[in-house]
Write a protein that binds this ligand. Sequence first.
Ligand SMILES: C[S@@+](CC[C@H](N)C(=O)[O-])C[C@H]1O[C@@H](n2cnc3c(N)ncnc32)[C@H](O)[C@@H]1O
Length: 304
Amino acid sequence: MNDFKHISVLLNEVLDFFKDSKGTIVDATLGLGGHSLALLEQNKDVDIIGIDKDVEAINIAKDRLSKFESRVKIINSSFSDGIKQVLLERNVVGILADIGISSYQVDNLDRGFSFYSDNLDMRMDKHSLLTAKMVVNSYSKEELHRIFIEYGEIKNPIPITKAILDYRKKSTINSAKELSFLIESNSKINSKIHPATLVFQAIRIEVNDELGELRRFLKNIENLNNVKVAIISFHSLEDKIVKEVFKYWSRSCICNFDVIKCVCGNNHKKGDIVNKKPIIPSQNEININKRSRSAKMRCFKFYG
Ligand SMILES: C[S@@+](CC[C@H](N)C(=O)[O-])C[C@H]1O[C@@H](n2cnc3c(N)ncnc32)[C@H](O)[C@@H]1O
């Protein structure tokens, strides 16, 4: 049905984390179904609810998971909304989220995530309203600065923003190709990565509201009991959110740090952080799959 490949990151580590789980595991970022397939194969007592906002990815995953049809349910939704529906319906024992984009989305030039694409789209959900083309061609100087600084962590976005605004006076920026060339010609970023990488990251995060999605998702699962959660992220902004939320969940006292005496009741601990430091791919995995190199997995266990 398709030739797209996506190598699931930290697969052995995910399997190991869920090896004793029996019941429903939510794969909140189903993608092409790689993690789900391996979880279903590993343990016959596991069933999967997969969520993804990308219909194309879902169609591929459905095909790959077809032999486990009776143990799989798929929901086409954002994970922040989808998880609410799942938790109303099922008693869940595990949650996995491998957030970000899949190789399928990057490699499929129509989707406009790649530097070489003739489109400028970057939507994971093709029905959502905001596209990369709208961001690049209609955002004000201040809005572009904000996303480049906040989401791209670019210290000095002025040359890039200026180049975009100057270009816009003459013509619309129609493709990712045009945009990456423009950035390459005007960037003062001196690094080993392609100069457009951080700008594309910033636009993608804005288009898909990636950090808002993650925050809402974590909020919606914060009161679970006896559930194991594993979150794999690919950049520091997401990892920081996961790290801070897990830390908060593991605190018994949730008073502000400046209060002299605890007033919260000191009974708020929801569970344990499983690994103090994030789990990262081995050198062997990075050699096989270069895209795994920035992955970090953090795990949490809610008490029963
Ligand atoms: C890295 S891929 C997952 C790959 C999958 N674990 C596998 O092994 O095949 C991430 C997937 O999550 C989806 N995704 C990212 N953010 C999402 C969100 N907020 N809601 C729903 N799906 C999301 C993307 O569309 C993409 O298909």
